[in-house]
Write a protein that binds this ligand. Structure first.
Ligand code: FES
Length: 118
């Protein structure tokens, strides 16, 4: 561990300039209480650094040490796949209006479009 770097969620992005993984979690509604999300995002970062285009099975295995009591994991898997696409295409910003110079990505969920899901 001597000389090792420790990176936390606080060092990954800012409210105004989210990291693509953070943006993907927001845009895919991949959280509920949020308790597990810092670990999920940091583990996703490590996974995507080692494997920029993981399969669903590889994502599930890569995140298997992180437990979420809320989401059922489907949206988390979707978010990691979305993050991989964003990082591979250099598309980096969420829909929340960050002050970034990067292109924004429209949210596709019904709630973001102001539509009812009924
Ligand atoms: S969102 Fe609540 S534990 Fe994962």
């Amino acid at each position: 561990m001597d000389g090792a770097e420790i990176e936390t969620i606080e060092g990954l992005g800012t409210q105004d300039d989210l990291h693509p993984i953070q943006a993907a979690f927001v845009d895919n509604a991949a959280l509920q209480c949020g308790f597990c999300i810092p670990g999920m995002i940091m583990q996703s970062r490590s996974l995507l650094q080692d494997n920029p285009d993981p399969t669903e099975a590889e994502i599930r295995k890569g995140l298997s040490d992180n437990l979420c009591r809320c989401t059922g994991y489907e949206k988390i898997i979707d978010a990691v796949q979305d993050a991989a696409e964003r990082m591979n295409s250099d598309q980096t910003v969420a829909t929340d209006g960050g002050d970034s110079t990067h292109e924004t990505m429209p949210c596709s969920s019904q709630k973001c479009r102001g539509e009812s899901d009924e």
